[in-house]
Design a protein around this ligand. Structure first.
Ligand code: URP
Ligand code: ZN
Ligand code: ZN
Ligand code: ZN
Length: 465
């Protein structure tokens, strides 16, 4: 099968240029001057007219939680529904978190996640490993994970009693990561202090969703981020701060990077577009926005956009972790601490970030870099993913920058009963999506197949300061 995508503007992280893209089977065969393939008599089985459109590398969402057990319930997107929703939004690779439950092994967690995802994904997928039990066995198992293509490990300074690790445990895991060339990803919030604030709030009858944010102040994210950075400096391990939400945490990352430390951070669309005001919506609506770290006062958004421009924030991932309002978020009526933590978003990352281009916050090529190229490089998928170039997988998004759309639970494809962005008007829309050469989405219809997506074994990371 040969496909020619003609007349568009190819946008890579290095810039945009007019070019045609020739796809042979699952990979990109050539990126040519406009019209060259046709002039040389190359025929195609399928021609996609991309006139007036951008031709982008498929998005890579390096932070999702499909079918994840949490707080006595589980996130509602399966790998089938979540990867289909991802494809609708121009994301052609997800990296999901396999979860080591306390008292179990890393390898059994990996097996469990392969069982959940295998044969079900519409687009390609890979895993990070959540380490919640640090001991001699799990440290040894980190080596086996790397051999199996999983070379990034998430740890938690939050959630005491669940995923939490002590500083000593984090130090040991970082020493191991340093030894085997892998990255520690950190959920950086001071969970011990937060638990005290939560208990005090509940004892005083402050039970509404907004107290989820007020009991997790940005100072305690900044403090934990700084502490994680110091532990990384002592051990020499590369560090990737996940879901960074606040100015305080960004300052810690910026300082570390300015001194040349291998420290990176991602933020998420919810921290760029939503705020604590949403958590204070009346009638328990705020529960829809409960995630950790929490949404902040709106002025933090300006700092995060700046961080994206200065590359102190290198990646935007979604932390997609959807729980329905009915029956799941409602578990926390009368006690915000029982609201399952997480928000839906895997479908809207590319479109939301495009608003940053429209508003002049980031450039077109930076949009591609933070949503596809850097996650590919950071997590060992480049140049197979994250770039439109000969030899790369034909994961391609044809994007109409002039189309408009209104986000709504009525029309989204995630398996969740609300949209965090209900009614938001966006400029730009995904038109056609190819995953390894196959059309998955085209002009409003889905052509994907459950099981088309393959597991990606990842190489060693390519760090970028
Ligand atoms: O609230 C969140 N972020 N839920 C997902 C789990 C995590 O900490 O990433
Ligand atoms: Zn299965
Ligand atoms: Zn987290
Ligand atoms: Zn997460």
């Amino acid at each position: 099968m040969r496909t020619l995508i003609s007349g568009g503007t190819v946008v890579n992280s290095g810039g945009g240029f007019a070019a045609d893209v020739l796809v042979e089977g699952e990979t990109i065969a050539a990126v040519t001057a406009p019209g060259l393939a046709a002039a040389l008599g190359v025929t195609a089985d399928r021609v996609i007219d991309a006139t007036g459109r951008y031709v982008l590398p498929g998005g890579i969402d390096a932070h999702t939680h499909m079918e994840m057990p949490f707080g006595g319930t589980a996130s509602v997107d399966t790998f089938a529904t979540g990867t289909a929703a991802a494809a609708w939004g121009g994301t052609t690779t997800i990296i999901d978190f396999a979860v080591q439950a306390k008292g179990t092994s890393l390898l059994s967690a990996m097996d469990k996640w392969h069982e959940k995802a295998g044969g079900h994904c519409a687009v390609d997928y890979s895993f990070h490993m959540i380490v919640s039990d640090v001991n001699d066995t799990t440290l040894k198992e980190m080596e086996s994970c790397v051999a199996a293509g999983v070379n990034s490990f998430k740890m938690f300074m939050a959630y005491p009693g669940v995923f939490y690790s002590t500083d000593g445990e984090i130090l040991r895991a970082m020493q191991k990561a340093r030894e085997i060339g892998s990255t520690i990803m950190m959920h950086a919030e001071n969970g011990i202090a937060i638990d005290q604030l939560v208990a005090q709030a509940l004892a005083e009858g402050r039970t509404d969703p907004v107290y989820h944010s007020l009991t997790r102040p940005p100072e305690l994210e900044g403090e934990a981020t700084h502490r994680a950075i110091q532990l990384a400096a002592v051990t020499g391990a590369p560090l990737y701060i996940v879901h960074l939400s606040s100015r305080q945490a960004l300052e810690a990352v910026t300082t570390a990077r300015d001194t040349g430390q291998n420290v990176f951070a991602e933020t998420c669309p919810q921290y760029l577009f939503l705020s604590i005001e949403d958590m204070a919506r009346p009638g328990f609506e705020g529960a829809k926005f409960v995630c950790s770290p929490p949404l902040r006062p709106a002025d933090h958004q300006l700092d995060l956009w700046r961080g994206l421009r200065t590359n102190d924030l290198s990646v935007v991932s979604t932390d997609h972790c959807p729980f329905c309002f009915v029956g799941q978020k409602e578990l926390g009526r009368g006690d915000f601490s029982k609201i399952p933590n997480g928000m839906p978003g895997v479908e809207h990352r590319m479109d939301l970030l495009h608003q940053g281009v429209v508003r002049g916050e980031i450039s077109l090529s930076r949009w591609v870099e933070i949503s596809a190229t850097t996650p590919a490089r950071m997590f060992g998928l480049y140049p197979r993913k994250g770039v439109i170039a000969p030899g790369s997988d034909a994961d391609i998004v044809v994007y109409d920058p002039k189309a408009t759309q209104v986000l709504s639970a009525e029309t989204h494809h995630m398996n969740v009963d609300y949209s965090a962005y209900e009614g938001m008007e966006l400029i730009g829309k995904v038109e056609t999506v190819l995953s390894r050469g196959s059309v998955v989405v085209d002009r409003g219809s889905f052509h994907g197949r459950e099981g088309h997506g393959e597991f990606l074994e990842r190489d060693l990371n390519q760090y970028l300061l």
